[in-house]
Design a protein around this ligand. Structure first.
Ligand code: IFM
Length: 449
């Protein structure tokens, strides 16, 4: 057996997001979000489920923080719900909405758990969607104003600020594939939304720096996925480059290189309008202090119907393990991403801001949940993260997705990602075996494999 020790001060955390766990959709003056609207529209989610109740974290957050402390977490990543703070997107702020996050942060401090605050995890105020949402450039400015308000008024320290979570998902699943809010199906709109999301990110980082009030690191969390060709045919190889351009480089390049990737601009411009502005490019590339990487799987891709196909045909290699989401368990991918990002985009601190797996967990009569597949998954990914660190990759923390089972967007409550099992009938929480395993990992600051 070998010991894989992590450095002192490594962040051991778990993550959630507002809409997925909080419930209380109109408490204390909260406004409607695009996810409230989308999930309440028939046909959009599994069984018509929505986040109205979720895990009742808004009501039960103290208990939940207590559980985090019992597990030994030294960090918790949560998101701030924009429509709790600005029910109409902009205008008058709702102090009571901010109070919830202030109380949460205070409770975390009481337990010596470092708060990591994400400002946008997909719950745009519906009032802004009514004016065009992320496809409207004004939304970037509204986001900036909302972010500035939170920076200024959340008067307790957080450890890290994250502007956006997974802008690729907001833009493309929400505006091109229509499976996320706001449920649109137009690729031009999605490209514009992606651009305005990035612009909002850059504006918020700039505002944060210029205010000079805070020195906590600020960054962004991107969903990144290694892409591999299904064969070594030249068509599959070229497809993998395009799919990577769409999934990964379309966000990494503007943030770190101040321009969209040339090959993808060329490709997209053949059929779509690609947003372009030198001024915006400079804002989007406002330097950040760290990058958050959300990773779950890899994509293996076969060439699509033409050289213009930027998605290709994803294939599931046989004899691999797949999670309940149908995602391949591919631990080496985290090593590949960490080393690639470090070498291609600069030596800034990295965090794994999400990693985890959904499996069909079963609550036994004795209150236990034997989720050994999740333990194996997490152990595999952490071991590969450790391998990357041995090569000098500055990884500073790891967040399991998720602290607890929650509302998995269009899949409703049918997918369980948590370390903690939620009985949605009673709101009872049960520690899965993976939670106990993680507590031991944190306790020894590493793995025994
Ligand atoms: O639940 C989501 C989360 O909101 C963002 N990243 C991926 C998770 C699992 O799908």
């Amino acid at each position: 057996m070998s010991k894989l020790l992590f450095p002192e001060g490594f962040l051991w955390g778990a993550a959630t997001s507002a809409y997925q766990v909080e419930g209380s959709p109109s408490a204390d003056g909260k406004g409607e979000s695009i996810w409230d609207r989308f999930a309440h529209t028939p046909g959009n989610t599994w069984n018509g489920e929505n986040g109205d109740t979720a895990c009742e974290h808004y009501r039960l957050y103290r208990e939940d923080v207590g559980r985090m402390a019992d597990l030994g977490l030294n960090s918790y990543r949560f998101s701030v719900s924009w429509p709790r703070i600005f029910p109409a997107g902009g205008g008058k702020a709702n102090r009571k909405g901010l109070d919830f996050y202030r109380n949460l942060v205070e409770e975390l401090h009481r337990h010596r758990i470092r708060p990591v605050a994400t400002l946008y995890h997909w719950d745009l105020p519906q009032a802004l969607q009514d004016r065009g949402g992320w496809a409207n450039r004004d939304t970037a400015e509204y986001f900036n104003q909302y972010a500035a308000f939170v920076f200024e008024n959340l008067d307790l320290p957080v450890h890290l600020w994250i502007t956006l979570n997974e802008p690729w998902v907001s833009a493309f699943l929400g505006h091109a594939l229509g499976v996320h809010a706001p449920g649109l199906n137009d690729f031009n709109t999605a490209l514009q939304a992606a651009h305005n999301l990035l612009l909002g990110h850059g504006l918020a980082v700039k505002t944060y720096r210029e205010s000079g009030r805070k020195s906590e690191p600020i960054g962004i969390a991107l969903n990144l996925t290694p892409v591999e060709p299904a064969s070594d045919s030249s068509a599959d190889l070229a497809q993998a480059v395009r799919t990577d351009g769409f999934m990964n480089r379309w966000f990494l390049d503007p943030i770190f290189r101040s321009s969209y990737p040339r090959d993808m601009i060329e490709l997209f411009s053949r059929s779509f309008q690609v947003p372009h502005s030198e001024d915006d490019a400079a804002v989007i590339a406002e330097p950040i202090d760290f990058l958050g990487i959300n990773n779950y799987t890899r994509i293996v891709v076969r060439a699509g119907s033409s050289g213009e196909d930027f998605m290709g045909s994803p294939v599931n290699p046989p004899e691999k393990e797949y999670t309940e989401m149908g995602w391949e368990v591919y631990p080496r991918g985290i090593y590949e991403l960490l080393t690639r990002v470090h070498h291609d985009y600069g030596a800034l601190p990295l965090y794994i801001t999400e990693n985890g797996a959904a499996f069909p967990d079963r609550l036994k009569k004795d209150g236990t949940i034997d989720d050994s597949r999740r333990i194996a998954y997490l152990e595999g990914y952490l071991a590969e993260a450790w391998n990357a660190m041995q090569e000098g990759i500055p990884l500073q923390g790891y967040f399991v997705w998720s602290l607890m089972d929650n509302f998995e967007w269009s899949f409703g409550y049918s997918k369980r990602f948590g370390l903690i099992y939620i009985d949605y009938q009673t709101q009872e929480r049960y520690l899965k075996n993976s939670a106990c395993w993680y507590r031991d990992v944190i306790g020894r600051n590493g793995l025994e494999v």
